[in-house]
Design a protein around this ligand. Sequence first.
Ligand SMILES: CCCCCCCCCCCCCCCC(=O)SCCNC(=O)CCNC(=O)[C@H](O)C(C)(C)COP(=O)(O)OP(=O)(O)OC[C@H]1O[C@@H](n2cnc3c(N)ncnc32)[C@H](O)[C@@H]1OP(=O)(O)O
Length: 222
Amino acid sequence: MVETGPLDPSRGGGGRIDRVDDDEAGLFALVDQVRRIRALTTGGLFDTDLDPLTAQLREVADRLEAASASTERRQAVTWSTGDYVTNCPVVGRSNVLAPPIAFDILDDGTLRGEVTLGLEYQGPPACVHGGMVALLFDVVLGRANFHAGATGMTVYLDVDYRSPTPVLEPIVVTGRQVRVEGRKIWAQGAIHAGDRLCATAEGMFVEPGGLLLENRRRLAGG
Ligand SMILES: CCCCCCCCCCCCCCCC(=O)SCCNC(=O)CCNC(=O)[C@H](O)C(C)(C)COP(=O)(O)OP(=O)(O)OC[C@H]1O[C@@H](n2cnc3c(N)ncnc32)[C@H](O)[C@@H]1OP(=O)(O)O
C-alpha cells in the first residue's frame, strides 16, 4: 500500500539534485530548440508551406550528422564519464525525449519535481499516456534510491492509475525509498495534479551485483 502522506505534492523546500550550469558544449541549448520543434510538430497544423522548412531542417540535420561522433563513441563517453543523467529520457537535458523534469530533494530524501507535459505525451484525450506515467515513476523511484544510497534495477513496478494525469497542466511527481533488505529495495511514488491524486506506484529494485559495472566497463572500452 502506497503511503501518500510523505508524497504530499504541496511539500516545499529542498534543493535541486542536478547541476543546471553545466552546458559547456552548448548541447542543452541546441536540444531545447529541437524540443520546441518536437512540441510544435506533434499533431502539427501549420498555415505555411512546409517544404522550405523541411529543407532547412534537413540541412541542419546533415550538418549535425557530419559533425557528430558515432553512436558507439557517444555511448562509450557516457559510461566512461558516468554522465548518465543528462541522457536520461525523463530528466536528461540532452535527450530530446525528456520533458525534462528537474527534481528537488526534500529533507527526508523524498524527490519532488513539477512539470507540464505537452501533447507529445498524450494518450487518451487530455490525459498523459499510461506508459509515460510508468516511465516517470521508474525514474523518480530509481533516482530516490540513488540519493538514499542504495540503488538497483527495477524488477517490478506496480502502477495504480487512480484518476487521469492531465497534459497541458502542471503535475507534481514525487518518489521516495521506503525499505531496503539486503539487495532488495522498495520505493513508492505519486503523481498529483493540484490536490488530485492521479497515480501511485510501488517499485522493487534489486542491486544487480557486478552487472552494471561490467556493462559500463565494456561500453566504455576498458
Ligand atoms: C553500480 C554501477 C554503476 C553504473 C552506473 C549506474 C547508472 C545509473 C543508471 C540508472 C538507470 C536508471 C534505470 C531506471 C531503472 C531501470 O530502468 S532498470 C531497467 C529495467 N530492469 C531490468 O532490466 C532488470 C532486469 N532484471 C535483471 O536483470 C535481474 O533480475 C537482476 C536485477 C540483475 C537481478 O537478478 P539476480 O541477481 O539473479 O537476482 P534474483 O536472485 O533473481 O533476485 C534477487 C531477489 O529478488 C527477488 N525478485 C526478483 N524479481 C522479483 C520480482 N519481479 N518480484 C518479486 N521479487 C523479485 C528474488 O526472488 C530474489 O529474492 P531472494 O531469493 O533473494 O529473497
